[in-house]
Design a binder for this molecule. Structure first.
Ligand SMILES: Cc1cc2nc3c(=O)[nH]c(=O)nc-3n(C[C@H](O)[C@H](O)[C@H](O)COP(=O)(O)OP(=O)(O)OC[C@H]3O[C@@H](n4cnc5c(N)ncnc54)[C@H](O)[C@@H]3O)c2cc1C
Length: 345
């Protein structure tokens, strides 16, 4: 890799694969340091598992629900996001249901502030991506190297580059496939991480069920693991729609990966009705399958990077299986890239 020189005719160029929070945080950090960064994202939307799903007039946080901010490395970003209204504190009443009763989640020793992006979780990705060069609907299928540097090859055969470094911020199985031909050690680290699936169901109800809480960690049910009154979060449902999101347990989801969405939505709605103790007749119900929902990190060191190759990886699977982990991993990788560039000065 070569050192960055903003005045050079051909400054170093970095490709980031994946516009989830890890990839965007990495790209944002590098771009803010004056590097030329291009992001490639498979989907139309941004944010990956921390996105906003729109169904007709309704919007849902169908993936990540909220985030915590305990890591001091995120403090400056949090101050900025709060000041600009990108994130806000969610004051919803959250309970934990166990066999034999329920208790408040806010009295737990681990209780902490819960933060959400506004008006939906996808807003955080959109803020990070502002003024970045993001090429959407471009799934990267391979990385190739020639004398001029790295190129990335899209699923449709299109080739992009050249780049001085390629950083993959995608789930570990896909990261493994891209890295293995060039960086077996990095690929092996990616192979150690495991991802588990989650079915989500989004509901619009005619009225609020008669429960005194906004969300529940459900530890006493074979189907549901999380229930959230999505419209209780700041900036949601300006029309007053009663929007709810249900998440299924990993075990129940894994056993039904190929089930049709209607069957899943119906089963999860029935389980929800049993939890709230009343009949539920949704105006709208839709299920979404997260094939790679929850990471079981393989004990990695926040990010992976080989400075001699200019190849790296970031994601919650490198760090901790949450938004904080993804953001810190992206920052960490950007820092390592930056340090390797400085070292060549
Ligand atoms: C149901 C669910 C509930 C969750 N709840 C919470 C929560 O309440 N709090 C919390 O902190 N975390 C939660 N999480 C976890 C959180 O969403 C993740 O930790 C975080 O969003 C991971 O970000 P990431 O950038 O590492 O990965 P991702 O969000 O998976 O981003 C990867 C991106 O890469 C793209 N991509 C993949 N392959 C390619 C390719 N070949 N080419 C180009 N692009 C590609 C994908 O489309 C995606 O946009 C939840 C996740 C799920 C699914």
């Amino acid at each position: 890799m070569t050192a960055p020189d903003p005045t050079a005719a051909d400054p170093p160029r970095i490709a980031v694969v994946g516009a989830g929070l890890a990839g965007l945080m990495c790209a944002r950090t590098l771009a803010d340091q004056g590097l030329v960064v291009r992001v490639f994202e498979r989907s139309r939307g941004l944010g990956g598992r921390c996105g906003t799903r729109r169904d007709g007039p309704w919007a849902f946080d169908h993936g990540a629900q909220y985030f915590t901010s305990r890591d001091p490395r995120l403090a400056a970003s949090m101050d900025d996001w709060r000041a600009r209204g990108v994130v806000a504190r969610w004051e919803g009443t959250v309970i934990i249901r166990e066999r034999g009763g329920a208790r408040s989640a806010s009295t737990e020793p681990s209780a902490t502030d819960r933060w959400v992006a506004v008006p939906g979780m996808g807003a955080l990705a959109h803020d990070l991506a502002r003024d970045l060069d993001v090429q959407r609907t471009t799934e990267i299928a391979a990385i190739v190297r020639d004398a001029g540097g790295w190129r990335v090859v899209a699923q449709d055969g299109g080739t992009h580059g050249r780049f001085d470094a390629v950083l993959v911020a995608i789930p570990p199985a896909q990261a493994h496939a891209l890295l293995a031909p060039h960086a077996p050690a990095l690929a092996q680290s990616a192979a150690a991480a495991v991802m588990r699936p989650t079915w989500a169901t989004m509901l619009v109800l005619p009225s609020r069920p008669a429960v005194a809480w906004d969300a529940a960690f459900v530890n006493d049910d074979a189907i549901l693991s999380w229930i959230c009154r999505d419209c209780s979060k700041p900036g949601r449902a300006p029309d007053g729609a009663e929007t709810w999101v249900l998440h299924a347990t990993h075990a129940w989801s894994a056993a039904r990966l190929d089930a049709d969405r209607e069957t899943i939505a119906a089963a999860m709605t029935t389980a929800f009705a049993a939890v709230v103790g009343e009949t539920v007749a949704p105006i709208h119900a839709a299920a979404h399958r997260w094939g790679y929902a929850a990471a079981d990190p393989g004990g990695l060191d926040a990010s992976l990077f080989d400075p001699s190759l200019g190849l790296g990886a970031a994601g919650d699977w490198c760090s901790s299986a949450r938004i904080e982990g993804a953001l810190v991993s992206g920052m960490d990788l950007a820092q390592r890239v930056r340090m390797s560039l400085v070292a060549t000065l």
